[in-house]
Write a protein that binds this ligand. Structure first.
Ligand SMILES: Cc1cc2nc3c(=O)[nH]c(=O)nc-3n(C[C@H](O)[C@H](O)[C@H](O)COP(=O)(O)OP(=O)(O)OC[C@H]3O[C@@H](n4cnc5c(N)ncnc54)[C@H](O)[C@@H]3O)c2cc1C
Length: 467
């Protein structure tokens, strides 16, 4: 495989040329392409895989949006200010407040725009993710990223957008001012093609698929399973570094403390937020699970054999059946149940006495509503009752959140704050809004930056090349 690099524009000749090239055909890339096409630009998405999927296709596909028409129809009172406050609180204010505000302001419009483009979404109102004050997640019918990707692909087809698949972009061609003239991509047979452009959007996500970079920038999660797209190898960061672009928060990531061990299926966090708990092999809890699933990944990885068990009951089993992932976990026989705590402990292979003591303590905390010894409050959650359920999980890295510093419409910035003339980034390629580590990730931050920055970068790039 050819090394990823930036080459001088002056030396380049192009096999074909389009207005806007988009590197990466995940959620950000397809969204950007739809927006660019709608703006009158001829775009081309270049994607390394045979079928566009990316981490978006592996995700739950839930997109946050404040002030969407779907929220209004459901009577949910939300605002960009409230949303921005939630994002900043989760990130402990350690992110760019201006970008957060701009993204929050544009988020509801992105949902309306996606719906208008034919992406059928509905408001998720059955549970609240940690840190969100109101219901503002929007998803496709079965709450899957593959369904979202299918809908985005269909929407792109309707606006005559093109996707070149099985083409890995290896080089950018740029002049001394950082103006990008085009890209070179490599085909599976080793042949290369060059594509000229007037604007370039980097939508090739972060570096979760690059084990060396993960170990360098986030060593505490390096031994965990990577459950994102393996083709996201940090190419945008390598180009950014060579171009002299500003790069921030390389230690930031979305982890997950609930990947069904050995099954590769995420057990989503509603099971925790609505009253489930996690224990280790001794049947003991080890943290406040409700802080968030991202930071919980680190705590799970720190347990014996890097595993934990999520414990819940029939009420939560019923709630979770809304999600495709959970139904997959059921089909994979990952979910175990028993009429008694001792029976469940035996099914799961964990300490029965420890589990009984733990569930007793949890029941008391649920009844009293007081803060437990880990700092968790089980407000309004009924005690777990028989039959009991459990699933063995491990901690995982879902995707990285550090990346190219961009402004509110995805224009890539230099360290001095000036923008590159025609270079944009969005989604996992751009710096996220989750602070410097794992704990700042608010559910939805990933697809917020993928779809909203994707839309705005596509619209802005189109306006740049077709004024
Ligand atoms: C299990 C799971 C669940 C999640 N659930 C949610 C959720 O519900 N809500 C949410 O907001 N976020 C969620 N996320 C995070 C979310 O999936 C990501 O933030 C989002 O998908 C990033 O979108 P993207 O377009 O930037 O990257 P991707 O969707 O990963 O797309 C990047 C694409 O670029 C391609 N590519 C990479 N390098 C090159 C190259 N050099 N040349 C050509 N192509 C290249 C890749 O093949 C890939 O297709 C979840 C993540 C996981 C793993």
């Amino acid at each position: 495989m050819t090394a990823v690099t930036v080459l001088p524009a002056e030396a380049a000749t192009f096999d074909v040329a389009v207005d806007v090239v988009i590197v990466g055909g995940g959620g950000c890339g397809l969204t950007a392409a739809i927006a660019a096409q709608q703006g009158g630009a001829a775009s081309l998405v270049i994607e390394r895989d045979a079928t566009p999927s990316g981490s978006t296709g592996m995700s739950t596909g839930l997109i946050p949006g404040a002030g969407s028409q779907l929220q209004s129809a459901a009577g949910v009172a939300d605002s960009a200010q409230l949303f921005a406050r939630d994002v900043l609180a989760k990130a402990k204010q350690q992110t760019d407040a201006d970008i957060v505000r701009e993204l929050a302001e544009a988020s509801g419009e992105t949902i309306d725009w996606l719906v208008a483009a034919g992406v059928q979404l509905s408001l998720v109102d059955s549970f609240l993710y940690p840190g969100h004050t109101v219901h503002r997640m929007h998803g496709t019918k079965n709450r899957t990223g593959s369904e979202l990707m299918g809908a985005l692909s269909d929407a792109l087809t309707r606006v005559d957008g093109d996707v070149l698949t099985e083409a890995t972009v290896t080089s950018l061609f740029a002049d001394a001012d950082g103006r990008v003239a085009g890209v070179c991509c490599e085909r599976p047979d080793g042949s290369t093609e060059t594509v000229g452009c007037q604007a370039l959007i980097l939508a090739c996500c972060g570096f979760g698929g690059n084990a060396q970079m993960v170990r360098e920038h986030m060593p505490e999660i390096a031994d965990a399973e990577y459950y994102g797209h393996p083709g996201n190898r940090g190419d945008a960061l390598i180009w950014a570094h060579e171009l002299g672009a500003a790069i921030d928060d390389l230690g930031a990531y979305q982890g997950h403390g609930g990947l069904a061990a050995g099954r590769g299926v995420p057990i989503l966090w509603p099971v925790i937020m609505e009253g489930g708990v996690q224990v280790n092999v001794h049947g003991q809890r080890f943290s406040n699970e409700s802080r968030g699933y991202s930071e919980q990944a680190v705590d799970v990885v720190a347990q014996p054999d890097h595993v934990a068990w999520t414990i819940f009951d029939a009420r939560l089993d019923a709630l979770m059946r809304e999600f495709d992932d959970y139904r997959d976990a059921l089909a994979a026989n990952a979910i175990r149940s028993s009429d008694t705590i001792v029976g469940l402990a035996s099914e799961l292979g964990i300490d029965a006495n420890g589990l009984m003591e733990t569930l007793d303590e949890v029941s008391q905390a649920m009844r009293s509503g007081s803060v437990d010894r880990f700092g968790r409050v089980f407000a309004d959650r009924p005690p777990l009752t028989a039959p009991f359920f459990g699933v063995k999980v491990t901690g995982a890295l879902f995707h990285t959140q550090g990346g190219l510093r961009v402004d509110g419409v995805g224009r890539v910035q230099r360290p001095d704050g000036t923008a590159f003339p025609n270079l944009f980034a969005g989604g996992g390629a751009a710096r996220g809004i989750s602070g410097p580590s794992s704990w700042g990730y608010l559910a939805g931050n990933g697809l917020l930056t993928a779809t909203t920055l994707g839309r705005l970068a596509g619209q802005t790039a189109a306006a740049l090349v077709r004024p």
